[in-house]
Write a protein that binds this ligand. Sequence first.
Ligand SMILES: [Zn+2]
Length: 340
Amino acid sequence: MIIDIHGHYTTAPAPLGQWRDAQLAALDGGQPPASQGPVISDDQIRESIETNQLRLMNERGIDVQIFSPRASFMAHHAGDFETSAAWSRHCNDLIGRVSELYPDRFVPSAMLPQSPGIDPATVIDELERCVAEHDIVAVNLNPDPSGGHWTSPPLTDEHWFPVYEKLIEHELPVMVHVSTSINPAFHTTGAHYLNADTTAVMQLLTGDLFATFPELKMIIPHGGGAAPYHWGRFRGLAMMLDKPPVEEHLLNNIYFDTCVYHQPGIDTLLEVIPHKNIMFASEMIGAVRTEDPNTGHYFDDTARYIQAAELSDASKQSIFEDTARAVHPRLDRRLTAQGR
Ligand SMILES: [Zn+2]
């Protein structure tokens, strides 16, 4: 089985975006949108999924995708906590509906109603609701809800601990995932995303989070940003900072996905990072939606790179399925209940 652990509903039907536009306009005195959320039919969902994500999954042999709200649209910086709470609820409910329509293809992951300067413990109500109502298998946590100004403490700070405690209680891994950058110095998907991935690894290396939370599982997306490419630097810094070797300090708890959009990048990831710490993902349909003229295939067709890499069958099995099931126990239980 091929499990893609990183997909977003980037093709959600138009009423979702219209609702959000009205919500943001209301912050400036406009007419607020209906509090019950956008009106979207099952047929609109089917059309948006079957012509996009599902079509590509079928073409690429991907069986299941962990599916979450569009990351760049989380925009936690906008408005206040109430703004984020309403938006998160509607986005998460829409993901829940996709998963109900395609229970053997899409498995829900939630966004959290974060807001800059607000105690992260405030996200727990929505997290609990998504566990109870949608049986989510993971969550996306934004280490920088300010949108590129980095005003929050590092991920190792007690600031975040109430969220981690709740994640562990519900056996949920967390993907560290920023949203839109409102800082013009950082392009959202080209700089801010990769900066955040790299920053998360360095924060975790600097602190001792996993000594406090040995059960916490963190996924660093986009192939870990610059971390695998600069692994020697991180190993050396761990020594200079009197930390245990990175294998012991980080690699029992952090995982990298394969959202790296060329063969040499994937080959480096596979050469540097132990295969037990790598999970297959594409993030399609996401940041880069075009074909690579050098290969004639889509940049985000990452299964192709894994298949082309020099890997044992055991490593491929681990990257495509086994590690995803081990890191996401709730996903594993869902699949097992489906006889898979
Ligand atoms: Zn993403």
